[in-house]
Ligand binder design. Sequence first.
Ligand code: ARG
Length: 552
Amino acid sequence: MSDMPFSMYGPDFPFAYDQWLQHPAGLGELPASAMGAEVAIIGAGIAGLVCGYELMRLGLKPVFYEAGRLGGRLRSVHFDGNEQIVAELGGMRFPRSSRSFYHYVERMGLKTAPFPNPLTEAAGSTVIELEGERFYAQKLADLPIIFQEVAEAYDSALEEGAQFTDLQDAIRRRDAAAIKAIWNPLVKQWDERTFYDFISTSSAFRALSFRHREVFGQVGFGTGGWDSDFPNTMLEILRVNVTGCDTDQHLIVGGAEQLPRRLWQHAPSDLNHWPVGTSLQSLNQGAPRPGAARIFRDGQTDQIAVTDTRGHTERFAAVVCTCQSWLLTTAIDTEESLFSHPLWMALDRTRYMQSAKTFVMVDRPFWKERDPVTGEKRMSMTLTDRLTRGTYLFDHGDDQPGVICLSYSWMSDALKVLPLDAQKRTQLALSALSRIYPDVDIASHIRSNPITISWEDDPNFLGAFKGALPGHYRYNHRMYGHFMQQHLPAQQRGIFLAGDDISWTPAWAEGAVQTALNAVWGVMTQFKGCCATDNPGPGDLYPAWGPVSLAP
Ligand code: ARG
């Protein structure tokens, strides 16, 4: 299997979702009696749409409930007065190792391009400004020695603390046994310890100064700025590093939201039961139902009933919940007996991170002009300890408007701007950037109104993405493994969970896709369907390769 591309294969559950998707036998087969049966999908984000799309192809009828805007956190918003140029409010950069996510990107005919991350060729140049000191670089080697020391220290900390090279090689080879042999002991070792603990106790960082840890937090690995994750469980960070999440990322040309929209509209040629031309949109008579307000077991029919926000109730043999797990407590009156108490504990303890972004459209990519004295570009992708944290520049061609993400921040830096409107956020960001680029008048280039988001401010999300805390492995395991329902009491069967917060890799769309595919397997099994013997699904291999259990 070594010729397969590097993918987010494990480490918790090494299952080749990309191969399952690409196999000529398809995902599985349902009995004739199940054809056309309705399944409720709560939330039309990427998890809901992938799940619905595959269930439709198997011959079921997905019925969508959406409280906000189709697409979830793949949300691309046009600047007023320009239909082409978008601000990517949610997912914007997708690691190439997200093989099942890209399966759909390719199937929907979308184009991708390298994302202008710090120190990448796509960014062209990067400015790092910390404690008032400013550095201009094209690659890591252009920076002062401390940045290389920090990068090397993290590499050796990963070797020392997590057998990094061996683990990543095993993932590259798709060697499930070798992955488990390394990963399972790491789960026990690191679940209850933080990212900061990992850094500060490593021999490599102990030999260096506090300043090194500080610089690591602000520039760190890959996309930089991971100090907001210092209190998280180290397991979450290890997964990011080892599966290549924070490197080799692409954007989706024209906006990531096109993916959920195309899945909604797409009429697959290879589908069971439904006539050619059927799409999720046609099966739902044009649009999703409004949001779900109540989910309960209907005593009469033993089905699961969903009441929408307009008070209309329908009954289903299966329901897939893809919303943020907290919404099952806040927005949706969910009958308590549908889940066990330990699962409720896990859903409610889920910890979400805050995140804010502010975008402006500008007349042209003026930042590419060079300073006649220094030869440096007027502005670069910028990482700083100021409140903007990360500034990203999007070039749509010399004669086209450009986009600047003035600020992309997490946690404390996102909270600083939470109550502020777009104008105030823009003003603060411009003021911070003017200290870094005193000679550049960014404001004079701005067209249209700024666009901003704080995901924690939206009642349909309450946060941007999960960031699991120390001791959360067991909660994750309960949520992730819930699609395996054979052992559940009857009153808890038929309701499934999916979404990036159910996955082991929150904040990556691949986690949403993989958990959606787990739910597809769960629903298929519930309807007495099964996978082809030569193309086993996630639930078929879960008993052998599922995540390690920690003692209760
Ligand atoms: N995937 C998102 C990004 O590329 C979020 C990464 C940060 N994740 C986190 N747990 N802090 O920006």
